[in-house]
Design a protein around this ligand. Structure first.
Ligand SMILES: Cc1cc2nc3c(=O)[nH]c(=O)nc-3n(C[C@H](O)[C@H](O)[C@H](O)COP(=O)(O)OP(=O)(O)OC[C@H]3O[C@@H](n4cnc5c(N)ncnc54)[C@H](O)[C@@H]3O)c2cc1C
Length: 397
C-alpha cells in the first residue's frame, strides 16, 4: 500500500492531524491497533472549554459533565475550594470524542486501518511502516507521523525517546458522592507521591484516578480508595468498572522530528506539565504539525524542514512547558507539611483573587509568571531554609 502520509495511532492527535492533512489533499492512511477507535480509554476526560473553542471543536453528545469548581484536599485534609462560578471544563466520553475525530478524518478522505498494528519502520527517503493485523503488511510513504501514545514505537524506532520521562497513572470508574460540577483533587506523599489523585463525576459514574512518580499506580489507587480519610467515605469501592493504567509523558524530554518522521500528541510529550492534561495541548500541536508537514511535503520532508514544527511548538507552548516543568520540580520535592502550608496560603483572599484572575484552564503560563514574581513573598511562610531550597528549582531550571 502507498500513501503520502502514514499516521500511526488513531487516538485524538492522530485523527486530528490526519483530518487536517487529508483536507489539504494528501493521501493519508491512519493505522490503529484496536478494532474500535477510542477503546480502551484510560483518561479522566477533563478538557477546557476555551481550548475546545480555540480548536473549533463544538461540544456534542460526548459531554458528560460541566466543571465549575475544584476542591483541593491537602495531606492535612483541610479542603480548599476554588471557583469563578462559570463552566471551566467539560468531562467527556473519550470513546465518543475520539470516534467523532476519527469520523471527521475519514470524511476528509483519510483511510483508517483498524486492528492493524505498526511493528516497526524501515527508514529512508520512502519510509516503510511495517504492519501486523487485519489490513496489509506495510505502507510505503513519504512521511510517517507517530501518534501512537507515550511509549510510541515510531519514536523508539527512530531513536527519539532516549531521555523520555513519565508519570504512572491508574483510573477506575465507580459510584461516589461527588458534586457533578466539581473536580476533587487529593494530594499526599503516602498515596500519590509527585502527583495527585482525582475524583470527577462523568455521567452516572465517578472517575477515580491517581498519578505517581514512584511505585505502582494501580496498587496506590486501590490503597487510596480504601485509606484516604475523605475519599474513602465517598467511594463505593465494592463496585468498580473500567480499571485501567496509563503513562503521562513529561514535555521537552524527547525530540519530535527526524528525516521523514514527526511525532504528535503524547508520542511527542505534548501535555501540560503540572496536570498531565494532553488532549488540548496534543491537538493544538497536531495542528501545527499539519501546517509544517503540508509545506515540507512540497519537496522532501527532511529533518531540516521539519524543524519548523519544533519551532512552532516552542513559540506557542515553550515558555509554558518550561515554567510548568520548574513548578513541577518544586511540587515533587515538597513534603506533606509544606504542601499543607501552600494550600493554607490558597485560603487567603488575596492569593485566591490572584489565582482566579490569572488562571486559564489550558494555558498556565500567565498564572505561573505572576506566582513566580510573588514566589519569594508567598514562600516566606515556609521559612528561609525552604525558600532557598525551592527557589533553586524555581529560578534555576
Ligand atoms: C489516567 C489518565 C488520565 C488522563 N486524564 C486526562 C484529562 O483529564 N484531560 C486531558 O486533557 N488529558 C488527560 N490524560 C492524557 C490524555 O489521555 C492523552 O494526552 C491523550 O490521550 C493523548 O492522545 P494521543 O492521540 O496522543 O494518544 P492516545 O490517546 O494514547 O492514542 C494513541 C493511539 O495509538 C494507538 N497505537 C499505539 N501503538 C500503536 C501501534 N504500534 N500501532 C497502531 N496503533 C497504535 C493506540 O491504540 C491509541 O489508539 C490522561 C491520561 C491518563 C493516563
Amino acid at each position: 500500500m502507498r500513501a503520502d502520509i502514514a499516521v500511526v495511532g488513531g487516538g485524538p492527535a492522530g485523527c486530528f492531524v490526519g483530518e487536517a492533512l487529508a483536507k489539504r489533499g494528501f493521501e493519508v492512511v491512519i493505522v490503529e491497533e484496536h478494532g474500535e477507535v477510542g477503546n480502551p480509554a484510560c483518561c479522566a476526560g477533563v478538557v477546557g472549554t476555551g481550548g475546545l473553542r480555540e480548536l473549533n471543536i463544538k461540544p456534542r453528545k460526548w459531554v458528560l459533565g460541566k466543571l465549575r469548581r475544584a476542591v483541593f484536599y491537602p495531606p492535612s485534609n483541610r479542603p480548599v475550594e476554588i471557583t469563578r462560578g462559570k463552566v471551566e471544563a467539560f468531562v467527556i466520553d473519550r470513546a465518543a470524542f475520539d470516534r467523532e475525530l476519527a469520523r471527521k478524518a475519514v470524511k476528509a478522505g483519510a483511510t483508517m486501518l483498524l486492528r492493524t498494528r505498526c511493528v516497526g519502520l524501515k527508514l529512508g527517503r520512502r519510509p516503510v511502516v511495517k504492519l501486523k493485523g487485519a489490513r496489509g503488511t506495510e505502507v510505503e510513504t513519504r512521511l510517517v507521523i507517530g501518534a501512537d501514545g507515550p511509549a510510541s514505537i515510531v519514536a523508539r524506532d527512530v531513536g527519539l525517546l532516549k531521555t523520555a520521562r513519565y508519570f504512572k497513572c491508574a483510573q477506575l470508574e465507580t459510584f461516589a458522592e461527588v458534586r457533578a460540577d466539581t473536580a476533587e483533587l487529593y494530594f499526599g506523599s503516602s498515596f500519590a507521591p509527585g502527583f495527585f489523585a482525582w475524583l470527577t463525576q462523568a455521567g452516572d459514574l465517578c472517575r477515580v484516578g491517581l498519578g505517581t512518580s514512584q511505585g505502582d499506580a494501580l496498587d496506590k489507587l486501590l490503597s487510596f480508595i480504601k485509606t484516604c480519610p475523605t475519599a474513602s467515605t465517598k467511594i463505593q469501592s465494592s463496585k468498580i468498572f473500567n480499571l485501567g493504567a496509563g503513562l503521562i509523558p513529561e514535555p521537552l524530554t524527547r525530540k519530535i522530528y527526524a528525516d521523514h518522521v514527526m511525532l504528535v500528541g503524547d508520542a511527542a510529550g505534548h501535555v501540560k506539565p503540572l496536570t498531565g492534561g494532553g488532549i488540548y495541548t496534543g491537538l493544538s500541536c497536531a495542528q501545527l504539525a499539519a501546517e509544517v508537514a503540508a509545506e515540507a511535503l512540497e519537496g522532501e520532508p527532511t529533518a531540516k524542514k521539519l524543524r519548523a514544527y519544533e519551532q512552532a511548538v516552542m513559540k506557542k507552548f515553550g515558555r509554558e512547558f518550561e515554567l510548568g516543568i520548574r513548578a513541577r520540580k518544586v511540587f515533587e520535592r515538597m513534603s506533606d507539611k509544606d504542601l499543607n502550608l501552600i494550600f493554607e496560603l490558597l485560603k487567603r483572599k488575596d492569593v485566591q483573587m490572584l489565582v482566579l484572575k490569572n488562571f486559564d484552564f489550558d494555558h498556565h503560563n500567565k498564572l505561573f509568571r505572576v506566582l513566580l514574581r510573588k514566589a519569594p513573598e508567598l514562600l516566606r511562610s515556609l521559612g528561609v531554609k525552604r525558600v532557598l531550597k525551592y527557589s533553586r528549582h524555581l529560578f534555576n531550571p
